[in-house]
Design a protein around this ligand. Structure first.
Ligand code: IMP
Length: 430
């Protein structure tokens, strides 16, 4: 398998960082294809902890090419700060090791302001976003008024693009009671950052094609999770990009046929940050216990994550929409010590049992999870490195998860340490 896509199969925070790091060691190129610095990936490499938001996980490893694809929205000031922080940890980042697609849309300061203004002004409109301007930047991209990396190279084009964006944004800001954007100040900021960003600009679609033809292995690193997908997530409580695996193609410019393996990252229970439906949410002691044992606090915003039982119905759905080949099951050890575990297998709605989450918000709200109970285990699974290290009940739980979601386990992660992984099938190996 030459090309592997990694996607979160729930609401994000499935533990992608460790898995992506493990795979990036085997890859030649690591590409981000959606989202922005709303993501937060923590990597621990040789005892050093790196916190990445916009940069692909490959940057911390020497000899790899990291790519930011056109499907990403990029805050250039944040990126430069992140590059400086990672460099200060001794990592080399240069145009040879990092490339940014020329057609990548930029997140500008007014996108963040708009995001936060909307979140704070009106409780009806509240999504619980990360406040990083992700949504407003994607809106501008689709509205054909965003400034893209390539626009930074020519001053006349840049002025034109800024004016085009301001017509829209100043009208909007007026309605929200915000002051108009300082055009000259913004242009000065953009002119100052332009050469720093342009250093890394490249026709990424072409570079990836060349790499592919040279037999290089490409890892497409997803951010967030499939239930936050703009089309297939719990709309409107979603992020503003396509998160599912198909986006790896449109978000970098490779053809869909170039994807050989889709690895879905699945947490052994469920969490979500921000507002929105969550059928198996636990507001009791069990939920509290999952949060504490799983250290469920957001990497980007520090917010407490909502916790609940494993929802096989939702993961079965995301395995279909992302065409998942195999899953990496994470944080099984958080379930150690529960006497009984519950798995959601469907929803009861108006006297019927559904095997999927309906799209309409009112129907979603009325869905009652149908649970299957399984015995828990009292032994510790933390740090297990082979099936023989796992209690029989834990193996039964994993097998039942596979059966219910219709996808096999390729990797099982039993602690944040990279060695604590049970490998069933290496996505790059075939
Ligand atoms: P936005 O992406 O900042 O617009 O936020 C939209 C929704 O996606 C909110 O519910 C956020 O909490 C959620 N979200 C965005 N990025 C992540 C992530 O990396 N992990 C988990 N949730 C996320």
């Amino acid at each position: 398998m030459a090309n592997v896509v990694v996607v979160g199969a729930q609401w994000g925070d499935e533990g992608k960082g460790k898995i992506v790091d493990w795979l990036s060691e085997r890859a030649d190129v690591i590409a981000r294809f959606q989202g922005g610095h709303n993501a937060g990936h923590t990597l621990v490499v040789e005892g050093v902890t790196y916190k990445l938001h916009a940069l692909p996980s490959g940057v911390v490893r020497g000899g790899k090419l990291s790519v930011i694809g056109n499907g990403v929205v990029l805050d250039p000031w944040h990126l430069m700060n992140e590059i400086e922080t990672i460099r200060a940890q001794g990592v080399t980042i240069s145009p040879e090791t990092l490339m940014i697609a020329e057609n990548t849309p930029l997140i500008l300061p007014f996108h963040g302001e708009l995001d936060r203004a909307r979140e704070s002004q009106n409780s009806v409109a509240k999504i619980g976003t990360t406040g990083r301007g992700i949504g407003p930047a994607y809106e501008d991209k689709v509205g054909r008024r965003v400034i893209r990396v390539a626009d930074l190279a020519d001053d006349a084009t840049l002025e034109l693009r800024v004016d085009r964006a301001l017509v829209h944004h100043n009208a909007l800001r007026n309605g929200l009671g915000l002051t108009p954007i300082d055009r000259d100040g913004l242009l000065a900021q953009l002119r100052e950052i332009a050469p720093k960003v342009l250093e890394y600009a490249a026709p990424v679609w072409k570079v990836l094609d060349e790499k592919r033809k040279a037999g290089k292995r490409i890892l497409f690193e997803g951010a967030q999770g499939a239930l936050l997908d703009i089309d297939f997530g719990t709309y409107p409580f979603v992020t503003s990009s396509n998160v599912i695996a198909g986006q790896a193609a449109t978000g970098t410019g490779i053809g869909p046929g170039a994807i050989d393996f889709v690895l879905g990252i699945v947490k052994a229970y469920t969490t979500r940050v921000g507002e929105g439906p969550f059928p198996t949410e636990l507001l009791d002691e069990d939920g509290q216990r999952l949060g504490e044992r799983g250290h469920e606090f957001g990497t980007t915003t520090g917010r407490k994550r909502r916790c609940g039982w494993f929802d096989a119905t939702l993961v079965r759905q995301t395995c279909v929409t992302s065409g998942v080949t195999g899953i990496a099951l994470t944080k099984l050890d958080v379930l150690d010590g529960f006497e009984t575990l519950k798995i959601c297998t469907g929803y009861e709605l108006d006297g019927e049992v559904l095997d999927y989450l309906p799209t309409a918000a009112d129907r979603q709200a009325r869905c009652v999870p149908v649970y299957e109970e399984m015995p828990g285990w009292s032994e510790s699974t933390e740090g297990a490195r082979s099936w023989a290290d796992l209690p029989a009940e834990a193996i039964k739980y994993v097998r039942r998860v596979e059966e219910l979601i219709g996808a096999p386990v390729a990797l099982l992660s039993t602690s944040p340490k990279r060695e604590d992984t049970i490998l069933v099938r290496d996505p790059f190996a075939d």
